[in-house]
Write a protein that binds this ligand. Sequence first.
Ligand code: FEO
Length: 396
Amino acid sequence: MYRLKTIAKDIYYVGVNDRQKALFENLWPLPQGVSYNSYLIVDEKTVLVDTVDICYSDIFLKKITDALNGRPLDYLIVNHMEPDHAGSIRLLRQQYPNVQIVGNKLTFGMLEGYHGITTGLHEVKEGDTLNIGSRQLSFYMAPMVHWPEVMVTYDAADKILFSADAFGTYGTLDGGVIDTEMNVERYWEEMVRYYANIVGKYGNAVQRALQKLSALDIQTICSTHGPIWREHIAKAIDIYDRLSRYEGEEGVTVVYGSMYGNTEQMAETIASSLAANGVKNIVLHNVSKSASSYILKDIFKYKGVLIGCPTYSNRLFPEIASLLERIETREVKDRLFGYFGSFSWSGVAVKHLAAFGEKMKWTVVGEPVEQKQALKADKYEACWALGQAMAEQLKG
Ligand code: FEO
């Protein structure tokens, strides 16, 4: 029944779209949904590369049945064990009891832990190959992109890399599957957000994987999320390369918490100063309104970070405290950092922000500003100077 998309001769897209889940990992908003990509290679042996989230296993298994057209499934390659891809393994095994599951030692530990599966396993190590007829598949370990067991699979005959989460993005596949058959503009910003939310902590691991993969002739990247990259491979790789080196664009993310608008006025003043001093990319986030997913995206994207926080019950404003923890978890490196805050009777927020900058080893720019109660002329000027210092450092 299904007219499945052909990626290359006898290689079919059998993934699914998720437009129902509100939050990926129950954390990150999905306004444009997400796809769980899976691929079926029908050669002398039949090979499935990854599965999908269990919520979509029914439709997924029907697609595979159609594509196999009565043939058995010989191999399932598990590039990544996170349940958005491995969720349907147990049901797949029930439908195809003889399928051999291909993975590495770490994969199999997780396979037992999540699914209780311990038999019918085909273990591979770095550089191992699997002959499936007209194709030879080879396997490369990519630990921590984004879990420790992650590996990628390369099909030399078609020059296709099955890359697991690498080069993935949020956003469903709305009809088209390959980048050549769609307008891909909406995915680039979502790719940065996906990277910042999901893979962000593991920049060094991504760099090691990119180094390793640069030896391969890759004409098509089949990631587990988002479009198949063919026309835009260079751009997808470039985005992952820059983000994993923590290279920020010329621009500033200004994040502030504010209960009654006083810290907000400081943020507005700093932003005006940034603009007056020639910074064009300025994003302001009210931490109580913007989801951290989007704030993290901009912090990964831009070189400058300015954080403003009121003192709340002798501590940081809770929403800022939570954001700082998320930034710290991602170990975002090499940012220009300025900070400011306000208080009503006793200020500690700015002191905490100073400690945060030190812990992150970020370069502190300008003089921090701390305002008691409403914004006064002298602190207005100090905020302006902070914005100017950031602009000069960015441009210098
Ligand atoms: Fe898309 Fe790390 O799973």
